[in-house]
Design a protein around this ligand. Structure first.
Ligand code: MD3
Ligand code: FE
Length: 204
């Protein structure tokens, strides 16, 4: 368990090789029920390079009309599949937050995909942390402060790593600069999957 910055904790190799393979199998089942879709930027409609799906009771989506959480897949109109148990267990183990996660956003990065610096502000509950799990190729992740244009630090996220963002890091700017293609053999087609577990609504 490594303290990266105030509010940021990194567990390199939190999931071992067998747990990673089992989780990939779970995610194949999730994607069979809720296919990856290509989100688009608000207003411009420019497609993201990252493809996404979700599991849990709520999923994050983005299109010309904006960013939001919703209970139904934007293409199929079906509910998101339930969260695999291993994800709920990881949240209970690491999040130090006394309510269940509602959303797990599944991001798929091909070798050339990126995610620009942004804040995650679409949740109602900023008191809950965000838990990230990485699978497949290593990513170069960057995190700054709560103001755009401040100093940033870079961190490599490898397959099996867990990263928790809470407290003052919850509203930090962050993004993915690049994927190190060929750095993992976990995904037969290559690329990277990142899972983010979140509480969206204020707990009752
Ligand atoms: C810091 N995902 O889905 S995970 C995202 O690797 C997102 O796919 C990246 O940024 C990815 O919104 C980064 C690490 C992460 C996730 C959420 C955060 C860092 C965060 C929320 C607040 C602060
Ligand atoms: Fe984010």
């Amino acid at each position: 368990r490594l303290a990266v910055a105030p509010g940021v904790v990194h567990w390199p190799g939190y999931l071992g090789p067998e747990a990673q393979a089992a989780l990939v199998a779970d995610l194949r089942a999730v994607a069979a029920q809720a296919p990856f879709f290509q989100p688009r930027m608000p207003k411009t409609g420019k497609p993201f390079s990252v493809r996404m799906t979700n599991c849990g009771t709520l999923g994050w989506v983005s299109d010309e009309t904006g960013y939001r959480y919703q209970p139904l897949h934007p293409v199929t109109g079906e509910p998101w599949p339930p969260m695999p148990d291993v994800l709920t267990q990881a949240w209970r183990d690491l999040a130090s937050y006394p309510h269940e996660p509602e959303a797990c956003l599944v991001n798929f990065y091909a070798a050339d995909a990126r995610m620009g610096l942004h804040q995650d502000r679409d949740e109602q509950e900023f008191d809950a942390p965000v838990l990230s799990l990485s699978l497949g190729d290593t990513a170069v992740f960057r995190i700054g402060g709560t103001q755009r244009g401040g100093k940033t630090v870079s961190l490599k996220l490898a397959s099996g790593d867990a990263l928790l963002f809470g407290g003052e890091a919850r509203l930090a700017y962050h993004g993915i600069d690049r994927i190190l293609a060929g750095s993992s053999a976990l995904l037969p087609q290559g690329g990277r999957i990142n899972l983010t577990l979140r509480r969206v609504t204020k707990p009752p």
